[in-house]
Design a protein. Structure first.
Length: 95
């Protein structure tokens, strides 16, 4: 029994760390992509990466019961989806 609980705890910790490191690294890369301002398409893909980062942070926050971090990333997820729409889906307006 104790061995199974220790195994579940270890897997849980590995999963949490994987989500947190992916979220952190992808967020840094996305920020660099957006900061480059290398055109609409590249900026849009930066927002796609930001969206993936937000999803990973939300999952990590649920697994660790960090509701403040989860709430922040739910809001950022919405903003990032708008960025994806604005730069990859919506046609650029002339003017």
């Amino acid at each position: 029994m104790a061995r199974a609980a220790a195994y579940r705890w270890a897997v849980h910790e590995i999963l949490i760390n994987a989500f947190k490191w992916f979220a952190s690294g992808s967020g840094v890369i996305a920020a660099g992509i957006v900061a480059l301002d290398a055109g609409r398409r590249i900026t849009g893909w930066g927002f796609v990466l930001f969206t993936a980062s937000s999803i990973a942070w939300i999952i990590g926050s649920v697994l660790t019961h960090d509701w403040a971090l989860g709430t922040q990333n739910i809001a950022l997820f919405g903003i990032n989806i708008f960025g994806v729409y604005r730069y990859l889906i919506r046609k650029k307006l002339n003017g």
